[in-house]
Write a protein that binds this ligand. Structure first.
Ligand SMILES: Nc1nc2c(ncn2[C@@H]2O[C@H](COP(=O)(O)OP(=O)(O)OP(=O)(O)O)[C@@H](O)[C@H]2O)c(=O)[nH]1
Ligand SMILES: [Mg+2]
Length: 184
């Protein structure tokens, strides 16, 4: 089974463009193989006069969606390849990376919470293994996330403040009808 890499990134960051460049598969495929260049292979093929040369390949997935939905589509891949928009001049790539990390974090939390919910119900049967799993999940949610959750909340507040500021700036540029221009 080939190594599988999932391409992730914010909407419009260039995921599909990279997917097509790597796999030469159409965007509609969503999954493709990216051959791994290896000059030794060509040299070997010449020596043994191989009729068919099959390079090793990585399976590449153009992952759709963001948020919890994103994580569901990601769970089976071996590695993530993050694409950030550094070409348009309209984004701050470091900020986009932070946003993406937060989305993954929140999606992870949701996943653990849902699993905990289920296991807690099942653990009422008294099965030790399930009780242990529930305790483990609780620990992860509580300890591992509490400090991160504060970071997350700080970030949310900061983003909200930034949006609010942008809105105020936008309201200065109203048209004749008094509507604010939208910048998208
Ligand atoms: N100049 C430039 N344009 C790019 C680059 N990568 C992507 N684009 C353009 O940016 C736009 C969005 O690229 P996509 O590859 O569709 O982005 P995406 O992340 O797949 O978008 P969604 O699937 O909608 O989230 C397209 O018009 C691309 O042609 C790049 O490296 N340089
Ligand atoms: Mg795309």
């Amino acid at each position: 089974m080939a190594l599988e890499v999932g391409i992730v990134g914010l909407p419009g960051s260039g995921k599909t463009t990279l997917f097509e460049a790597l796999t030469h598969a159409p965007a509609s495929a969503g999954v493709g193989m990216a051959p791994i260049p290896d000059e030794r292979l060509d040299a070997l093929a010449r020596v043994i006069k191989a009729k068919k040369v099959t390079p090793a390949a990585i399976r590449v997935v153009d992952v759709q969606g963001t948020g919890p939905q994103l994580l569901g589509n990601l769970r089976q891949v071996d590695a993530l390849l993050v694409v950030l928009d550094g070409f348009s001049g309209t984004r701050v790539p470091a900020d986009d990376l932070e946003t993406l990390r937060l989305e993954l974090l929140v999606a992870d939390r949701d996943h653990v919470e849902r699993r905990l919910d289920r296991v807690t119900k099942q653990a009422k049967s008294g099965e030790l293994k399930l009780k242990q799993e529930a305790a483990e999940l609780e620990k992860r949610l509580g300890i591992k996330d509490r400090s991160r959750l504060n970071d997350y909340l700080d970030n949310v507040r900061e983003i909200e403040a930034r949006i609010e500021k942008g809105r105020e700036a936008g309201e200065d540029r109203t048209d004749g009808a008094g509507r604010a221009h939208r910048h998208s």
